[in-house]
Each structure stands twice: as structure tokens, then as C-alpha cells.
Design a protein around this ligand. Structure first.
Ligand code: SAH
Length: 492
């Protein structure tokens, strides 16, 4: 798909400064789903045109796709309009290629972004559900809108026009920043296809990019609904916030986490999409950098532990020692004990943490021991906090009473953090069939209600207070991917 932006502002080549792209050079960059090429078909003092050619790779789209096999005809996943139609992929490419311009900054000519310019934009092609849609969206913003239709087949006139249009927009005077922002928000609204979003983050982008103009737009309700079309729960709150003029920065709201190291506990990566949809279409979310659920979980646990300023911390079922590493970074923790039943896991932990080469002072802060959570163990007494991250679901349910007796009955740390998958969320994992677990070794996965029932009963039996927390991004109706129970020993 091709987007061009032309101006007759003098000197027209200022467009190059505004876009931070030199008119003399062809530039290419990797974007979600493929490559973007930026070049200038014309660049004179009188008239300058910048072009963004988005070359999506249909194969990579299929690979990144929330599995649509079995739907439509066999080749549909390869032969479809996605590589050619302006969609959220174009928005993502616009923001990557012209992000600086979209934010209204220009290093070389700082006053230029505030300048209004005569601009003409061409987008080939859009697949709006009706030809009046582009007018509804762009005319209230002052654009002249023209739609260029094409016959499906010029030799067979009775077939009529193709449902794909070339869109022409003209504006007598607007800041380039505004045009880019309008396109960024409105092109996915126009797109006919299903489109998935990561969640609240999308609402934040809309607030950020639409904050200035969307509240006055007569179609703001329609735009917000279409933009967030699979996130019904966000629509009204987002509209309310828009009307109140709230604009939170996207960057600060971004839920990005560092990607984890290999060997993550989960075998299935989350495809965060909408719960009730048949998961067709391309998931934008799958093209975003993957958010490692497990790392997010570990960071959250480490953070919660840190808030309590404990001196002695247990990591029960410590596995390869990812949490241990985060805990070691907290200097106020004096001593950490990692325990696991698996000798192999402990050996990996020792090597990943470079136990051999640790400076002596640091080395005295950590011990790794082999042991089972099902048997009473004196070594676990006298700790301020204990973590059991994704451990309980590895035990047969009938062994949980033994674990409960060991952790809550005998070791009795002041604070216990237990995390486990939220089974309610599993329907969003594309590769998981109903009733399957996220990992081969999981003996059960609990819904939020089941986990809450267990945690409450344990707390009552052992005089702890318990608080339940969702871990990861909440999705309306199914909750967050993981769940955590935080137990605090009641003061006696
Ligand atoms: N907490 C780690 C590892 C989770 S995987 C992390 O979040 O990365 C579950 C771990 O529990 C495995 O390392 C497994 O060996 C350990 N485990 C399973 N049963 C156990 C038991 N009875 N006692 C102690 N550890 C156990």
C-alpha cells in the first residue's frame, strides 16, 4: 500500500525537514509485518511529495497470525487483501517512520512544525465498508475528500466497482503533525477487517493521538467504537476521558517489558486478543514485541517483596533462579534461600547466577538447596517472605494439603506470595484447546474463583490475611493471564 503526502508550501522541500527524511535518499525500515520504504517522487521548491510504501510480507503475516486455519477457503490465509489495504499496519508504519513529525518536533527548523501547509494526501487503497465513510471521518476535520473507484474488471462492466478505493484528501492549511495524527487514528477506523488490540494500551494511544481534535469531532462516538471495536469495555470510559480533555502519554502507559530469556515456564505465548471472537484476521498484538508473561510476573513479585523490606526471603520451587536474580539485586535483602525439588533446575540456577564466581560477600547472601515442599523442612523456618511462583500447579491437587502444612503450618513466613495461571484467561491462548493446560507438567489450572476459594481457606486455617491480585493485563470478562495471592500473617 502506498501513502503520499504532497505540499506546495514554499520552499516545498521543507517537507523533508518536517518528516526528518532527506528527499535525496531512499530509506527503508523494518516495521510490524514487513518493510516500509520512504522516498520522494518529486522534490522541487514548488512542489514536494513524500511517499511511504508499505510492503507487508504475507507469509510473515500468516505466521504471526492468531491461527485462522480451517476457516474460509484453504488459501485465504495467504491470498487476502491484508498486504494491500490501509489498516493499522499503515498506522504502525506511519508512527515508526514519521514519529518525530507526529510529535511536532523538528530539530533543524524548530518553528516549522507549527506552520500550516497546503497538503494533499493519497492513500492506495482503503477498504471502507461504504464510500461515504471517508467523508464522515475526514470532512469534519476540514478535508476535501475524493474517492477514486476502480472497476473490478474493465472488460466485464456488469461486475461493477471493486470494493477498494483510492482515497484523496486535500486541506488548504494544516500542520503536518495534525494530518499524520488524523491518518494514524482514522485509517484503522476505516479498515473493514477485523483488528485486534492489546488492550487498554490502545485506548491510551487513541487518547494521546486524538486528544486535540477527537472531542470536537461529530463522529467521535463512532470513531472510538470502531477504533476500540473489540474492546467494548473501554469505549465509554475512553470517551469520557476524551471529553474531559485527558491525554496521558502513550509512552508512560506502555506496558512493554523486557523479553525474557529462553526456557520460560510457559510453552504457549499469549496471543492477546478478544475473548469472544473467532480469532480471525491478523492480530496486531502478535506483531508487537512479545511481552513475556513470565518476566512480568517475576518483576511484579520481586517488586511486591521489595515493598515489604524483608531481610530473609525464600524462593520455593525456584527453578532456574530467575526470581533469585531479581531478589539479589535488592541490597536490603540480607539472605535468600532458593529451594527446588529438581537437581537439574538447581544446577541451571547455579550456573546462570554464576555462583562460582560470585564475590564472597554476595555469595553469603544466597543458598540453593534441594528439597520438596511436601515434606516438613526445618531449613524453611525463620523467613520474612516466601515466593511460590508458578509452583502449585505442578503438584497433584491431593498433595496441596501437604504443601499447605509445610509452608503455612510450619515455615510460617510473615508474607507468602503464590502465583498460578488464571484458567479463565486460557480461551485467549490461540493454540490451546479447551481443557488443555499451558504446560505439559501442569496438573491443574484454576479459574479465579477456584484460586480464591483455595487461598481464602488456607488463610483462614493458618491465620493469614489474603489479597488476590491479577498479574498482567486485565481483559474484560476473563481477567489477567496470571493470578497471585498475597498472604500476610495476622498479628497475634
Ligand atoms: N518459580 C520458578 C519455577 C517455576 S516451575 C519460576 O517462576 O521460574 C515449577 C518449579 O517447581 C520447578 O522448578 C519444579 O522443579 C518445582 N517443584 C515441583 N514440585 C516441587 C516440590 N514438591 N518441591 C519443590 N519444588 C517443586
Amino acid at each position: 500500500m502506498l501513502l503520499t503526502i504532497s505540499t506546495t508550501y514554499q520552499p516545498a522541500t521543507d517537507l523533508g525537514y518536517l518528516l526528518h527524511k532527506n528527499p535525496a535518499r531512499l530509506q527503508s525500515l523494518e516495521v510490524a509485518g514487513g518493510q516500509a520504504h520512504i522516498f520522494y517522487p518529486e522534490a522541487t521548491a514548488e512542489r514536494c511529495t513524500a511517499a511511504l510504501l508499505l510492503d507487508l510480507d504475507p507469509i510473515s503475516l500468516v505466521r504471526g497470525r492468531a491461527g485462522a486455519s480451517g476457516e474460509g477457503f484453504a488459501l485465504e490465509q495467504y491470498v487476502n487483501d491484508r498486504p494491500y489495504v490501509a489498516s493499522s499496519f499503515l498506522s504502525a508504519a506511519l508512527s515508526k517512520a514519521f514519529g518525530t513529525a507526529m510529535n511536532g518536533t523538528c530539530k533543524d527548523k524548530p518553528d516549522l512544525p507549527a506552520q500550516v501547509l497546503p497538503l494533499a494526501i493519497k492513500v492506495a487503497v482503503v477498504s471502507a465498508p461504504g464510500p461515504d465513510w471517508p467523508r464522515r471521518l475526514f470532512e469534519p476535520l476540514g478535508y476535501e475528500v475524493e474517492i477514486e473507484t476502480t472497476p473490478l474488471d474493465p472488460t466485464v462492466p456488469e461486475w461493477g466497482d471493486s470494493p477498494y478505493y483510492t482515497l484523496h484528501l486535500r486541506h488548504a492549511g494544516l500542520r503536518l503533525q495534525d494530518v499524520l495524527t488524523h491518518l494514524y487514528v482514522l485509517l484503522p477506523v476505516l479498515d473493514n477487517d477485523k483488528h485486534y488490540y492489546i488492550g487498554e494500551y490502545e485506548a491510551e494511544k487513541l487518547l494521546h493521538r486524538g486528544g486535540d481534535w477527537l472531542p470536537q469531532h461529530p463522529e467521535r462516538g463512532f470513531i472510538t467504537r470502531r477504533y476500540l471495536r473489540y474492546l467494548a469495555a473501554y469505549v465509554n470510559p475512553t470517551l469520557e476521558r476524551l471529553m474531559q480533555g485527558e491525554d496521558r502519554s502513550v509512552d508512560s502507559a506502555s506496558p512493554r517489558m523486557e523479553d525474557g530469556e529462553s526456557g520460560s515456564v510457559e510453552t504457549v505465548q499469549p496471543q492477546v486478543a478478544e475473548p469472544n471472537d473467532a480469532m480471525r484476521g491478523l492480530a496486531e498484538s502478535t506483531l508487537q514485541p512479545k511481552l513475556s508473561l513470565h518476566d512480568q510476573r517475576l518483576q511484579q513479585v520481586a517488586h511486591e517483596i521489595y515493598q515489604l523490606s524483608p531481610k530473609r526471603v525464600l524462593d520455593l520451587g525456584c527453578g532456574e533462579g530467575k526470581l533469585l536474580r531479581l531478589l539479589l539485586r535488592q541490597p536490603k535483602i540480607e539472605y535468600i534461600l532458593g529451594m527446588d525439588v529438581s537437581h537439574q533446575a538447581l544446577a541451571r540456577a547455579a550456573s546462570r547466577l554464576h555462583l562460582d564466581e560470585m564475590p564472597p560477600r554476595q555469595r553469603t547472601r544466597l543458598d540453593l538447596i534441594q528439597g520438596s515442599l511436601l515434606y516438613r523442612d526445618e531449613r524453611l523456618a525463620g523467613f520474612d517472605a516466601a515466593a511460590l511462583v508458578e509452583v502449585i500447579e505442578h503438584l497433584d491437587p491431593n498433595r496441596l494439603a501437604a504443601l499447605e502444612a509445610v509452608v503455612f503450618g510450619q515455615a510460617r513466613p510473615a508474607h507468602v506470595f503464590v502465583t498460578t495461571p488464571n484458567a479463565d484467561y486460557n480461551q485467549l491462548f490461540e493454540k490451546l484447546n479447551a481443557g488443555e493446560f499451558r504446560h505439559d507438567d501442569h496438573r491443574f489450572e484454576w479459574s479465579r474463583a477456584e484460586f480464591a476459594a483455595w487461598a481464602t481457606a488456607v488463610a483462614e486455617r493458618h491465620r493469614y490475611q489474603v489479597r488476590l491480585v491479577g498479574m498482567g493485563e486485565e481483559v474484560a470478562g476473563v481477567g489477567a493471564p496470571s493470578q497471585m495471592a498475597v498472604f500476610n500473617l495476622e498479628q497475634s
